[in-house]
Write a protein of this length. Structure first.
Length: 477
């Protein structure tokens, strides 16, 4: 399968899943209102944290082993690799739910709806453990991977359309778990041979899997603090109404990050090959990637800044318009996260698991400090500002760790892109009209002109050089 074909299937899978997920979010937000959507946002954040401990890095290990055909073929012991991983994921899911259950039960004793909603979402860690996406990603069978994501997302959306009119928010996690089970059945239909999953697991292999997964889990948890912790911190310091506004705005950001998901899925195997070549000019290859990822991230931020109120009113309705002012701030996630992905997956590709963990610990702790300070301020705006700053801190730590492996300095010309971006984004904030609930033709024309101005500025200042254009042309062909 050619690179562009793989990218298309990944885009269809992740893009389609995010599209249906966004539609489901819009349905939930409009049906249940801001405060109830705040409860859903909080419950999903708890589920995200539980999911990390359930996975324990096994998804990444399974993908890696499937790609290298080490554990999954050959001797009878190696053939037990998939079953060992599969059953360990199930055991971890049950254990994590058993640990989280009493904590949630007693913490929200005075909030029965939030307690029940969170616990029902937590149950879905078990069907999630049954998924075999790691196999399809590792063997690069992206059709099965993409179609399974479509099935899950479509089932979830259709279930909500059929049952959301009941106005019972607790039905949402039930539909969520059922949609995962539909995806599981489809994945099992494409897993060859399926009986490998149900062999008796090699218990002795669990120790090695857990030991390897600890590095990835700890690193992943700390790297994802900026996504998982904000709703939890907001529940402690802010109202459910503000949490609902944040959840809606942040959903737009996550939907826009589909480009980053495509990039990282394709980048990981390519960087792995590049790092294995002794005479490869890795630094020379990394620099244009950084420039282009920053360029596209800044373009996304400009687009969301100029259309903040229009998009919010169109997607979520007038009741969420007061949260539109936060979208330009949160849009800074795009350029920072895109750049972070380059160096982060560079560490993984180079096999620097320990450096990955250390960067996650240092960067994650700094990020927690930023977010905690923002929450303690009691200001919703200050808290939002702390989030992209926290992501930037993580990116800087990852960059420093990667430089210890590969002497790839951050390209100076990339700062020119930032200098071009700042006045354009500032103009977008100045013209932000929070009373405009529509997405008019004038809004779109102004946003398009802003993007063209940024592109022209990038070329005029040398932020995007002729060599960068030639590099991109070679990679696209």
């Amino acid at each position: 399968m050619k690179l562009r074909t793989k990218a298309l299937w990944i885009l269809m899978g992740d893009g389609g899943a995010k599209l249906f997920g966004l539609l489901a979010t819009l349905l939930l937000a409009r049906t249940f209102g801001v405060e109830s959507y705040g409860e859903i946002t909080y419950a999903l954040s708890i589920l995200g944290i539980a999911g990390l401990f359930t996975d324990m890095g096994l998804h990444t290990l399974g993908t890696r082993n499937s790609a290298l055909q080490i554990q999954f073929s050959g001797s009878p012991e190696a053939q037990n690799g998939p079953s060992s991983l599969f059953w360990l994921r199930i055991l971890l899911a049950i254990s994590v739910f058993a640990i989280f259950f009493p904590i949630i039960w007693f913490k929200f004793a005075s909030q029965p709806q939030l307690r029940m909603l969170t616990l029902l979402f937590l149950i879905s860690v078990v069907p999630q453990a049954l998924q075999t996406e790691w196999y399809f990603r590792g063997t690069q069978r992206f059709r099965w991977y993409s179609l399974s994501r479509w099935i899950q997302s479509l089932t979830y959306l259709i279930g909500l359309l059929l049952l959301a009119q009941t106005r019972s928010v607790t039905i949402v996690p039930v539909i969520f778990s059922v949609s995962i089970l539909f995806a599981v059945l489809f994945q099992w239909a494409g897993y060859k041979p399926l009986h490998e999953l149900f062999r008796r697991p090699r218990i002795i292999a669990w120790k090695k899997l857990i030991r390897s997964g600890i590095y990835l889990t700890a690193g992943s948890f700390l790297f994802q603090t900026v996504i998982l912790l904000p709703p939890i911190l907001m529940e402690l310091r802010f109202s459910l109404y503000e949490l609902g506004l944040f959840g809606a705005m942040f959903k737009i950001i996550l939907a826009a990050m589909i480009a980053d998901r495509v990039f990282t899925t394709l980048l990981l195997p390519n960087l792995a090959v590049l790092h294995q070549q002794p005479n490869a000019d890795i630094a020379g290859e990394i620099r244009p990637i950084v420039v282009w990822m920053l360029f596209f991230g800044l373009m996304g931020s400009i687009f969301l800044t100029f259309l903040a109120s229009g998009l919010t009113g169109l997607l979520f309705g007038e009741q969420y318009l007061t949260g539109a002012a936060g979208l330009p701030i949160l849009s800074l996630f795009l350029p920072v996260t895109f750049v972070n992905s380059v160096y982060l997956f560079g560490l993984i590709s180079a096999g620097r698991d320990q450096s990955y963990l250390q960067a996650g610990v240092r960067g994650g702790l700094v990020a927690v400090v930023f977010m905690a300070a923002g929450a303690l301020s009691g200001s919703y705006t200050v808290f939002l500002l702390s989030l992209p700053l926290a992501e930037a801190a993580i990116t800087y730590v990852v960059y420093r760790s990667y430089r210890q492996t590969i002497p790839a300095t951050f390209p100076i010309r990339a700062w020119r892109l930032v200098l071009v971006y700042l006045p354009i984004a500032g103009l977008g904030i100045m013209v932000l009209d929070l009373n405009d609930a529509g997405l008019t033709a004038n809004n779109l024309v102004v946003a398009l002109l802003a993007l063209l101005l940024f592109i022209a500025g990038a070329r005029a200042t040398g932020g995007i050089s002729k060599e960068d254009l030639q590099w991109l042309k070679r990679r696209v062909q």
